[in-house]
Design a protein around this ligand. Structure first.
Ligand SMILES: Nc1ncnc2c1ncn2[C@@H]1O[C@H](COP(=O)(O)OP(=O)(O)OP(=O)(O)O)[C@@H](O)[C@H]1O
Length: 290
C-alpha cells in the first residue's frame, strides 16, 4: 500500500510568524521524495503537519485521498521519525520496537530484528543510554520496520556516522523495491543522498520553490570542464551556479539545458560535459539576494 499526499494552499502561522505560506503540492504514492530547504525554511513544520502533530491555519491536506487531521484510520499508516529526545527512555531496544509494532498495522518484527543486528544496536542497554548515532539507527529501524504507506524521516540520520548512513541508504532502497511506499526524506546531506530521490521538493522561507523529478532537474544544467579560456568562452551568457579552478583547468556548473548539438559542440572544443549536482542547484535556487 502507498499513499498519495496533497497539500492545497497550506499555510501555518505561529502567532505573527508565517512558517508556511500557501504551499500546494501533490506527491504520487510509491516514490522517494527528497525535501530540501535551508535552515528555518519550514521543512519540519511541513512534515509535522503531514504527521498531524498540529493543524494548518489555512488550506487542506489529504493523505491517501482523505483529509488527514484527526483521521485515525489514515494516521496509523503514517510514520514520522524525527530527532527526538530519548534521554528519559527507560526501555530496552526490543521492548521499544514491540511497543511500536502494536500501533503499526504493517510492522514486520522479523525485519526489525534483522535491522537491529545490521545496525549492531545493543539489546542489553536502555534506549536512554544508547549513543546519539545508535538512537538515530533505532529511529530508522522503527521507521523502516513499520512499513507505513507514508514514511517520513526528518533528518533522523544526522547522528549516524557515514558507514551507518550507508547501511540505511541500502536498506531503504532494498526495502522500497520489495515493499513500495511513499517516503519523504528531509535532509541537508544533499550530495550524499541525492541518488536516493525519485523526486525533489524545495521550499524556501516557508514558500514552495519547486517539485520535479530528480533526473529532469539535474538535466536542466551541466558541468563544463576544460581549459579555462575555452570554458569561459563556452559559458558566456549562461547562468553560472558554481565555479572551480585547478591550475589552468576550470569546471563551471551552468543552469541551462544543453541540447545534443550544443553538447557535441562543447565536446568538439575539447570540453567535458557532465551532469549538474543537485546540491549546486539547491544552493543557487535558495541563495540570498545580494
Ligand atoms: N513553535 C514555534 N513558534 C514560532 N516559530 C516557530 C515555531 N516552530 C518553528 N518556528 C519557526 O518556523 C520556521 C520554520 O521552522 P522549521 O523547524 O520548520 O524549519 P526547518 O526547515 O525544519 O529548519 P532546519 O533545517 O533548521 O531544521 C523557523 O523560522 C522557526 O523559527
Amino acid at each position: 500500500m502507498t499513499f498519495d499526499v496533497e497539500l492545497k494552499n497550506v499555510s501555518l502561522q505561529y502567532k505573527d510568524f508565517k512558517a508556511l505560506d500557501n504551499v500546494s503540492l501533490k506527491l504520487d504514492g510509491g516514490k522517494i521524495y527528497g525535501l530540501l530547504g535551508r535552515n528555518g525554511a519550514g521543512k519540519t513544520t511541513l512534515l509535522s503537519l503531514l504527521a498531524a502533530l498540529h493543524k494548518q491555519t489555512q488550506g487542506e491536506i489529504e493523505i491517501g485521498g482523505e483529509p488527514s487531521f484527526e483521521n485515525a484510520g489514515i494516521m496509523q499508516h503514517v510514520a514520522f521519525l524525527y530527532e527526538s529526545d530519548l534521554s528519559y527512555e527507560y526501555e530496552y531496544v526490543n521492548a521499544m520496537l514491540e511497543i511500536v509494532g502494536r500501533y503499526r498495522p504493517n510492522f514486520d518484527a522479523e525485519y526489525a530484528d534483522y535491522l537491529v543486528k545490521r545496525f549492531k544496536l545493543p539489546t542489553d542497554k536502555y534506549v536512554k543510554d544508547l549513543s546519539k548515532g545508535m538512537q538515530s539507527a533505532l529511529g530508522v529501524t522503527m521507521g523502516l520496520a513499520s512499513r507505513a504507506p507514508l514514511t517520513i524521516f526528518d533528518e533522523v540520520y544526522l547522528g549516524m556516522d557515514a558507514p551507518t548512513r550507508e547501511i540505511f541508504y541500502q536498506e531503504l532502497l532494498e526495502d522500497q523495491a520489495k515493499h513500495p511506499r511513499t517516503f519523504i526524506l528531509s535532509t541537508h546531506l544533499v550530495s550524499e543522498m541525492d541518488y536516493l530521490f525519485d523526486e525533489v521538493v524545495i521550499i524556501d522561507k516557508g514558500k514552495f520553490v519547486l517539485h520535479e523529478e530528480y533526473e529532469a532537474l539535474v538535466s536542466k544544467g551541466a558541468s563544463i570542464t576544460g581549459s579555462s579560456e575555452v570554458v569561459d568562452e563556452f559559458v558566456i551568457g549562461k547562468t553560472r551556479l558554481s565555479e572551480q579552478r585547478l591550475g589552468n583547468t576550470k569546471s563551471v556548473m551552468i543552469y541551462e539545458y544543453l541540447d545534443e548539438a550544443r553538447r557535441q559542440e562543447a565536446i568538439q572544443s575539447g570540453l567535458e560535459v557532465g551532469p549538474i549536482s543537485l546540491q549546486d542547484l539547491f544552493i543557487y535556487l535558495t541563495r540570498e539576494e545580494a
